[in-house]
Design a protein around this ligand. Structure first.
Ligand code: HEC
Ligand code: HEC
Length: 301
């Protein structure tokens, strides 16, 4: 018997095998191509972007970075709620370790009865399982910010304390205003601590290396050198009145001091007095320190 005359395309077993393979392979190739087409974003293997700008910048960036904080820059204070959430809520939200629970008026009533200043002082100094400042440092949260957190917690738990007054300006003001707002003695410990911290921060930002340079400039113009030294060193404390330093331009603060002979005033600046370090902690020349005193004194004349 003969095969059909119109002739099938597959005539030998080899052709049959080829047809079967093609029957499977062609759809698979089409599917693969479609899949690649759908997801055809550029693919990079590990490490192939190693010369990209971002990668290179990340690799050659300096190991250590110094963050310079201007001690006299106006400070942005956290709200009571922010401080509470960041710090105090760790214990006060659930009443851990016997902490008075947030919004629990029964827990708070006897404490609120002590008055705001006592609570504030306790928050700064600590009490029993309550760590001083909730375990933070004065650098993290100023007295004022702790005061806000106390007011926030107490006011959400039955009190109606007024919002603590914001300190005027500068790092020292944070503690200065705190001391002013508190009844005499109540927050002395906390305020003194914060003041010392503010002064340390101020001193740290003093460019020590720049000071001898001011000495070199001395011959050029004494008043220039005095102003330069003031700006580099003395203003760390004298601009804001850190540690009760007489404030620059504050006639009242300077008047009693200027009743003494100028040589005595120079001597205090050169050799220190109370919290005032000799030469303001710098290594400037005597002439420059005197020039800085003259510059400060001329501002209150
Ligand atoms: C590690 C847990 C803990 C943290 C964090 C904490 N407190 Fe407390 N706090 C306590 C405990 C415990 C008490 C109860 C102390 C007592 O009465 O002996 C307390 C009590 C207080 C009181 C009442 C004091 C009094 O006179 O009875 C105030 C106000 C207070 N905390 C404020 C704060 C503020 C503000 C923060 C955040 C800056 C804070 N606490 C963070 C545990 C904590
Ligand atoms: C670390 C903070 C600090 C720095 C920095 C500082 N002072 Fe003072 N200064 C004080 C304090 C605090 C007082 C008040 C001392 C007192 O009366 O007990 C003071 C007081 C003075 C007085 C008045 C002394 C008097 O009673 O007659 C003069 C003058 C003075 N400083 C000059 C300078 C000069 C100049 C510089 C810079 C070279 C400087 N201070 C840097 C903290 C500082």
């Amino acid at each position: 018997m003969r095969e059909a005359p119109h002739g099938a395309p597959i005539k030998t077993p080899a052709q049959l095998v080829a047809a079967i393979i093609a029957g499977f392979a062609v759809p698979i190739v089409i599917i693969v191509l479609l899949a690649v087409y759908v997801d055809n974003s550029t693919r990079t293997g590990a490490g192939t972007d190693s010369l990209s700008e971002a990668e290179v910048t990340a690799r050659i960036k300096p190991l250590a970075q110094v963050e310079i904080r201007d001690a006299n820059a106006p400070r942005v204070y956290k709200s009571g709620e922010e401080v509470y959430k960041a710090v105090c809520s760790a214990c006060h939200a659930s009443g851990t370790a016997g902490a008075p629970k947030f919004t629990n008026t029964a827990d708070w009533a006897p404490r609120i009865a002590q008055g705001f200043d006592t609570l504030w002082h306790t928050a700064l100094a600590g009490k029993g399982a309550m760590p001083p400042r909730g375990g933070t440092s004065p650098d993290d949260y100023s007295d004022f910010e702790i005061a806000r957190a106390v007011a926030y917690m107490a006011n959400n738990s039955g009190a109606s304390f007024p919002e603590p007054a914001q300190p005027a300006a500068g790092p020292a003001a944070a503690s200065g205003a705190a001391a002013a707002a508190a009844p005499a003695g109540a927050s002395d410990a906390g305020a003194a601590q914060a003041q010392a911290a503010a002064a340390m921060a101020a001193m740290a930002s003093v460019p020590q290396a720049a000071v001898p340079a001011a000495g070199g400039a001395q011959s050029a113009d004494a008043s220039q050198a005095g102003k330069a030294l003031y700006q580099q060193v003395c203003q760390a404390c004298h601009a804001a009145g850190v540690l009760n330093a007489p404030k620059f331009g504050d006639k009242e603060a300077w008047a009693p001091r200027l009743k003494e002979p100028m040589d005595t005033v120079y001597n205090y600046a050169l050799h220190g007095k109370g919290a005032m370090p000799p030469k303001g902690g710098s290594s400037a020349s005597d002439a420059d320190v005197k020039a800085a005193v003259d510059y400060m004194v001329s501002a209150v004349k």
